[in-house]
Design a protein around this ligand. Structure first.
Ligand SMILES: Nc1ncnc2c1ncn2[C@@H]1O[C@H](COP(=O)(O)OP(=O)(O)OP(=O)(O)O)[C@@H](O)[C@H]1O
Ligand SMILES: [Mg+2]
Length: 416
């Protein structure tokens, strides 16, 4: 798998169903162990001892899953016919992976031509199987290559929103990516001021449009900041009420991820359960802090909670230390921060009142200010290039739409 594939599958997978049929005890064990992988929390995994015919019986009774994995011990002329029978009992769009006994390039090609997503050779290890399933499911829902980048402030007022907005502008303007900006702060959102628009919607309305799959309604809630930058123009709600539940936000994110290769979410001042849901789902999390002790203390706890939520890993978590130099004598050094957090500092942003507050009060981009432009190009964009795997693999984000039709092949092609 390429680097971008690996990054793309390091997310909590969408709600989906996977069924594994095999008579090989090792495969059955490996498949059952996949359930322990943190990414699979919402994947309904059915592992059964059996073959193609067991699968058919099972689907007759309860319908087909999103992805079927079938192991066959024998490769012969009967296999295509058996797969065809299986296809007859599957819904359009069902994906299939075949596990077989030997490494046979001709067979691999034949199966791929038939629409099978992948052919694996036994024995299959749990980690490998988990990665293949994750990649296949992500391709199936069409989000391959799309990146969800979440900004979260370790403490209030550390500049998470200012940096998230500057990044959204930079990624769309300078890196040329079609980008969506979403603010989770509800009535507390300051995005409208920073980006210069009137809030025309609430998060609750946006979520409702997504749940109803109503793209036209959602479109009406967008502020088109530039050709490539769209902003969900929320902030019209009341401040002292939470109107959206965590599971609802998922529908909105799913819808946006299919359309926009880069989705930047500002979680600062959002409700804790919304933050949690987006952090679990994000490809990358940017934790913003200042070099002050209170902020760093919260940063340490927050990073630990993020790790716990994401299977103990912090590989896709970047730490930005903001407002460096604001209180020079009372700041913790970068070296000490890195040691205490056991995490590298990805960027240190100087305190620059004129650049930040000046551009904010004029509803301008940070990069319209001379010092602000330097901060964006020298400190924020290098990090974004790394996160978006740009430069090395410029097309990564553009693959978003291409993945959608990959599966579904088995059924439609076999039926032809
Ligand atoms: N590096 C900086 N130098 C000077 N001012 C900054 C810097 N970064 C952000 N600011 C300013 O600090 C203020 C707070 O920033 P911002 O609203 O982005 O913080 P936040 O973390 O999103 O806060 P909240 O917790 O309320 O969501 C804003 O006025 C912003 O322009
Ligand atoms: Mg904010």
């Amino acid at each position: 798998m390429s680097e971008s594939d690996n990054q793309a599958s390091s997310v909590l997978l969408p709600s989906s169903s996977v069924a594994v049929f095999s008579t090989d005890q090792k495969t059955l064990e490996a498949a059952r162990a996949v359930e322990g992988d943190w990414r699979f929390a919402r994947v309904d995994l059915q592992v059964e001892e059996g073959d193609v015919f067991t699968a058919i019986e099972s689907f007759k009774a309860s319908g087909s899953p999103d992805l079927i994995i079938i192991q066959t011990e024998k490769i012969d002329d009967e296999l295509p016919g058996q797969l065809e029978q299986l296809a007859d009992h599957c819904d359009e769009g069902t994906g299939a992976i075949v596990i077989g006994p030997d490494n046979d390039v001709a067979l691999y090609r034949q199966l791929i031509d038939m629409g099978v997503s992948d052919y694996l050779v036994k024995p299959v290890e749990t980690n490998f199987l988990a990665d293949v399933i994750a990649k296949t499911l992500i391709e199936k829902v069409g989000v391959t290559g799309s990146r969800l980048i979440a900004f979260v402030g370790a403490k209030g007022g550390v500049g998470a929103s200012a940096l998230a907005q500057a990044v959204a502008w930079g990624v769309s303007d300078s890196l040329g990516q079609k980008t969506m900006f979403v603010d989770m702060a509800g009535g507390w959102s300051t995005t409208a001021v920073g980006m210069g628009f009137e809030p025309s919607a609430s998060l609750a309305e946006a979520v409702k449009a997504a749940e109803e799959d109503n793209e036209d309604n959602l479109k009406r809630m967008l502020h088109q900041a530039s050709d490539r930058l769209s902003v969900l123009a929320t902030g019209g709600e009341v401040m002292l009420e939470q109107t959206v539940a965590a599971d609802q936000i998922e529908a909105l994110i799913d819808m946006l991820m299919v359309k926009y290769p880069v989705v930047v979410v500002d979680l600062s001042h959002g409700a804790a359960d919304l933050e949690r849901a987006v952090i679990a789902r994000a490809n990358h999390i940017i934790v913003v802090t200042t070099p002050s002790l209170p902020a760093l203390r919260l940063t340490r706890s927050l990073v630990q909670e993020i790790k716990d939520l994401r299977g103990g890993e912090a590989e896709n978590v970047d730490l930005i230390v903001n407002m460096v130099g604001m209180a020079a004598g009372n700041e913790v050094s970068k070296k000490d921060i890195e040691e205490a957090m056991n995490l590298k500092v990805s960027a240190s942003i100087p305190f620059a009142a004129k650049a930040f507050m000046g551009s904010e009060s004029a509803s301008k981009k940070l990069s319209d200010d001379k010092d602000g432009a330097g901060i964006v190009s020298d400190m924020l964009l290098p990090l974004m290039r790394k996160i978006l795997v740009l430069g090395k693999d410029d097309g990564a984000a553009a693959k978003a739409d291409a993945g959608a039709g990959l599966l579904g092949g088995l059924i439609s092609k076999l039926k032809k």
